[in-house]
Design a protein around this ligand. Sequence first.
Ligand code: SAM
Length: 252
Amino acid sequence: MYILQREPVEYCGSCAKTAKITHAARFQGNKCTLVRELKMIQTSYWLEQGKKNAPRQYAKDRLVMELLRPYFVPGSILELGAGVGQLSSILTGMGFDTTASDVDPEIVEFMQSQRIKSMIVDARHISQCVQTTFDNVLASGITPMINRELGVQALEDTYRSVFEVLNPGGRFIVILGTGYDYKKKFIPIKEHFPIIRKTGFTLLHYFRNQLFPSSLYSKFPKKLLAPMENTVARWIGTRYVLVCQKGLRVEG
Ligand SMILES: C[S@@+](CC[C@H](N)C(=O)[O-])C[C@H]1O[C@@H](n2cnc3c(N)ncnc32)[C@H](O)[C@@H]1O
């Protein structure tokens, strides 16, 4: 994701980058003709956001991964659109064989510099990027699953591409935002359901989580927050969790 100084935000359909571009620098049609020029002044937007936000989100991320632990089947996890790789690090610490990934090479370079096992993967074409299959795939707020501008095709391509690389009985855990702003700018959750069915997944669980803004999770004791996250947040939390499964149901 590349960011310049001025609006509007536009999307390049061929390289999956979104950019805030000046009126003088526009993507044309479905082709990103200006990537080379833009590179002169770009910084990786999500890398900067991730570096800034990860420390204050750590306590929340840790709690959420602990709560989601029972929904992963034992074995490997591929995280898509991992940003700075915080969720993958936490899952590795919990004993999962985790591989972080992102479509942005700068982000992957950063994760590798942090010794996080990571690789470049486009969520819409995973099997073109990796030769192996996985027991679980995790995607938290990744661009092709939320960005309205990319269209529902990117969402469907992502579900299909995950289905392809999951082992039978494997799980695809998707975390998405909610809220009015979310509905206006991003693909609403109800548009996921027909695609989940169409691509062959079974939706095992669907609930909300995260009751409070991320930064508050480091201020309150986990003993207080965990029970709230396990109960009331499931109904009125600010995020959705979808647990999809490929093929036969495996309890866990
Ligand atoms: C909103 S950030 C989420 C980062 C992280 N998952 C989190 O929860 O903090 C969106 C991420 O999706 C990544 N992304 C964008 N297009 C992608 C694609 N086609 N495949 C995989 N990741 C993509 C971006 O590089 C960025 O890291």
